[in-house]
Design a protein around this ligand. Structure first.
Ligand SMILES: [Zn+2]
Ligand SMILES: [Zn+2]
Length: 838
């Protein structure tokens, strides 16, 4: 059974009830979740029920060794993740025999996370689990819980290999949510090829977060990266500090010389002039509120508590924040005028306005135009009712009302954060997505979503976090400079009244299936009877594994006879290949590992690498040694690896006519080489340069969807003066940007090649391929939805108001050709030849 309904609709209750009943009946329950944090939360919830017969325990990488035996022998409700099931439980199934023998129910929570290559691995792990259970004569019921998905039953069947019933009607009580679609303005900055640069989604999110918190609206801001979340929180806090300072002359000013930074910021940059937050993120960690000591745990209404000097934090924050970028502050830190001037024209203006008439200035400043499904409307954040009445008392704490959620919080930290959110001591929280959140953040008024979260399902899930006690709520989707985001904020109909996406996975991918057949054979030798459980491609893949000497064929079946662990063959969260170790050069500390294909794009020399919220600069990538040396750093830019790609067609599996062209799907060989990386300023998105790299090419056998146009169709376009190469290139970039709308993938999961004349087709050809060995089902989905996909691509290009192309439409941050040539109008003309008339 799969339950596929919205956030907070009671899914947990729906699986907990039968699961606990199973335990009371003498059975056992296995609970699977993608993250350890979620399992820990579930465990806490279970223990709070105080049912003595339920002996619940987590079994994951953090479980101490001495506890593991107890869990295997005594626990009847085990919470774990697919990784642990794959490496820890299934290979030692004999030790788990008493648990598996009594296994009544397998709960697969948050199962919409199991998509693409990772989902395909999990599908095979679940098949191995079913086989191990059968060995001990148990046939557990699988109960899956998912955010809203289209065709959840079909997805659940692909994931488990079992016939599935679905529950999709959500009858839980809810208030209404107003959804705003928000497009940041183009700035005066110029990017690659002179293209205009849009204000970043994070800069807009920071402004909105500050505005909403000032208006007493409890707000959660979802930011794609942790570093982004920290920057947003810092920036919003800075804004609140400005407001507090400008309203109250008694607001603390720095009275000790601040510690100078190693690299003070230069004179005002275009960033500041353009109205982007003038905050250079130095060391975000220093400024963030420590969740172990939330202010004012007692009484948020009591002004005395707030005025009291128990909150040196805010004073400290202000000093830290202002000093490094405004070295002139050092001259006379006592002088408020000095501070004020250093804030830049815009905020100075707002301070003066506020001082004259806080209410009216506030309203004026916060008015924004929003596109809604009903058309454009002007919307203002409600006046802040508490601002004038409690000015003096509230001010010192104002910036501390905003926090960023960091990775690695202990359970007790998260509980404190929940408490602070409920009490209102924290009003605004910037965070990455909810899965790793591990905190109960229900009971918020508004949600800001900086950048399309990837799927309609995630959008509704994140928006669903807003709305307490059936009250109305607000959710704002802020577009990034990306063709998909542009398309969506201009086409609300693509979001509203649409079914959410189907979750795509391909368990039959031989590169996924092979390692799991080896693992399965190592667990219990494979027999003919086992083959159907692993799908129709199993016999072929087995023959390959025997040919590679990975498995031995004997009369009794297929055997794993090697000394290594078979489970090491499957890298379920990565793309295969020997991993590159990421090592901190000053300490020799191993931070983690990156699979080899990703290493070229994520830890190349000069890359900015994020690890658990901390930022590192890669000093050197040594592929031969398998090591990337990194050092802690806080630059104000991000990096994007750029590659050039060659593609050749191995086989064409399907073809169909598409307008005056032809659409194909098949197997391809892709040769990719990372040739340079782009540096872009973190806050403004401004391009800072393109640095060359020398890395070897990599080949990949995968699946692709491609379209061709005959000479008769392109000749008139060439005559009309269209640069065909630039047009095809632009169409390719935009279509890569839009495919995630139809295939639940990330634009980084796919790649493309376009050419005016391809050697294998002899025609103008545009390819989009799966970036994973063997394919992940994305290109196949593109083939199935080609007309809708390419129509949306054309719409996205047409929607963008730039003249000749920008990152919001046809430019791509990972283009190895430096976004040359690109022809915006030509791309539309090419797509016109494939599609029904506009
Ligand atoms: Zn544009
Ligand atoms: Zn390109």
């Amino acid at each position: 059974m799969i339950i596929s309904t919205g956030t907070a609709s009671g899914k947990s209750l729906a699986y907990l009830t039968p699961a606990i009943a199973s335990c009371l009946d003498g059975g056992t329950v296995l609970y699977l979740t993608p993250t350890k944090a979620l399992a820990a939360d579930q465990l806490r919830g279970l223990r709070e029920l105080r049912i003595t017969q339920v002996r619940a325990a987590c079994f994951d990488g953090d479980t101490p060794f001495e506890e593991r035996t107890w869990v295997r022998q005594h626990a009847n409700y085990v919470l774990t993740n697919p990784d642990m099931l794959h490496r820890g439980i299934l290979p030692r199934h004999a030790q788990w025999s008493s648990f598996l023998r009594r296994l009544r129910m397998v709960v697969v929570d948050e199962c919409h996370g199991y998509r693409g290559v990772f989902g395909s691995h999990v599908a095979q792990i679940l098949r191995r689990l079913r086989r191990a259970c059968a060995r001990y004569n148990s046939h557990p019921t699988f109960l899956l819980a998912s955010a809203t998905a289209s065709e959840p039953g079909a997805f659940a069947m692909r994931l488990t290999g079992l016939e599935m019933d679905e529950v999709t009607v959500d009858a839980s009580p809810k208030g209404s949510t107003t959804i705003a679609l928000w497009e940041p303005p183009l700035t005066e900055l110029r990017g690659e090829g002179g293209a205009p640069v849009r204000r970043t989604a994070t800069a807009e999110a920071a402004d909105l977060l500050a505005d909403l918190v000032l208006a007493d609206v409890r707000t959660l801001a979802f930011i794609r990266s942790r570093r982004g979340a920290e920057t947003v929180a810092l920036s919003a806090r800075a804004k609140l500090a400005d407001v507090a300072f400008s309203i109250s002359p008694s607001f603390p000013t720095p009275n000790t010389p601040p510690v100078p930074l190693p690299t003070p910021t230069n004179a005002p940059t275009p960033t500041q002039a353009s109205g982007a937050p003038d905050l250079t993120p130095e060391d975000p960690q220093d400024h963030l509120q420590d969740p172990r000591s939330p202010q004012d745990p007692q009484d948020p209404q009591n002004p005395r508590d707030r005025r009291s000097p128990q909150h040196p934090q805010s004073r400290q924050n202000l000093q830290d924040r202002r000093s490094p970028q405004h070295p002139q502050d050092l001259q006379d830190p006592q002088d408020p005028q000095n501070l004020q001037d250093s804030q830049g024209a815009q905020s100075t203006q707002s301070q003066r306005d506020l001082r004259d008439d806080p209410q009216s200035a506030q309203t004026q400043q916060d008015q924004h135009n929003i596109i809604t499904p009903q058309g454009p409307l002007t919307w203002a954040i409600p006046d802040a009712p508490n601002l004038p009445s409690s000015l003096d008392s509230d001010l010192t704490d104002l910036p501390n009302k905003i926090a960023a959620y960091r990775a690695g919080y202990l359970a007790e930290d998260r509980r404190l954060l929940e408490k602070a959110l409920r009490a209102g001591t924290i009003m605004g929280l910037a965070t990455t997505n909810a899965l790793e959140l591990g905190v109960d953040v229900s009971g918020l008024d508004a949600v800001l979503i900086a950048g399309w979260p990837g799927t309609r399902a995630s959008l509704w899930q994140q928006a669903g976090r807003a709305g307490r006690d059936g009250q109305d709520a607000l959710a704002v989707l802020i577009a990034r400079d990306d063709p998909l985001d542009t398309y969506l904020v201009h086409h609300p109909q693509a979001l509203f009244g649409q079914p959410v996406e189907a979750i795509v996975l391909d368990p039959g991918n031989p590169y996924v299936l092979g390692p799991h057949l080896c693992a399965a054979a190592a667990e219990i030798p494979l027999t003919e009877d086992d083959l159907p459980i692993f799908g129709p491609t199993t016999p072929d893949v087995l023959a390959d594994l025997v040919a590679q000497n990975l498995l031995r064929r004997r009369p009794a079946g297929w055997f794993w006879t090697r000394r290594e662990r078979a489970t090491d063959l499957a890298d379920i969260r990565g793309g295969g290949g020997a991993p590159i170790q990421v090592v901190e050069s000053s300490t020799g500390r191993l931070l983690g590992s990156v699979d080899e294909p990703s290493a070229h794009t994520t830890v190349h020399t000069g890359a900015i690498y994020l690890h658990q919220g901390e930022t590192f600069l890669v000093e050197l990538l040594d592929l031969e040694a398998g090591v990337a040396l990194v050092s802690s750093a806080n630059p104000d830019y991000t990096t994007f690896a750029r590659d050039i790609t060659d593609i050749s067609i191995l086989s064409t599996e399907r073809s169909t006519a598409l307008g005056s062209g032809t659409l194909h799907f098949g197997e391809v060989e892709v040769t990719r080489q990372v040739v340079s990386y782009l540096k872009r300023r973190l806050q403004s998105g401004e391009m800072l340069g393109d640095e060359p790299l020398e890395l070897p090419p990599r080949t990949l056998r995968t699946r692709a969807v491609w379209w061709t146009l005959p000479a008769s169709a392109v000749a008139p376009l060439a005559e009309a003066g269209i640069d065909l190469g630039g047009a095809a290139h632009a169409a390719e970039h935009a279509s890569i940007g839009l495919l995630p709308l139809f295939a639940t993938c990330d634009r980084w999961d796919i790649g493309g090649v376009s050419t005016e004349l391809h050697a294998d087709t002899g025609l103008l050809t545009v390819f989009v391929y799966d970036g994973h060995e063997g394919g992940a089902g994305f290109a196949e989905r593109g083939y199935a939805r080609a007309t809708d996909w390419l129509t949306a691509t054309r719409e996205a290009i047409l929607s963008c108001e730039c003249e000749r192309g920008c990152p919001s439409c046809i430019q791509s941050p990972k283009c190895g050709n430096g976004n040359e040539p690109l022809h915006k109008r030509g791309a539309v003309r090419l797509l016109d030849t494939l599609l029904p008339p506009r």
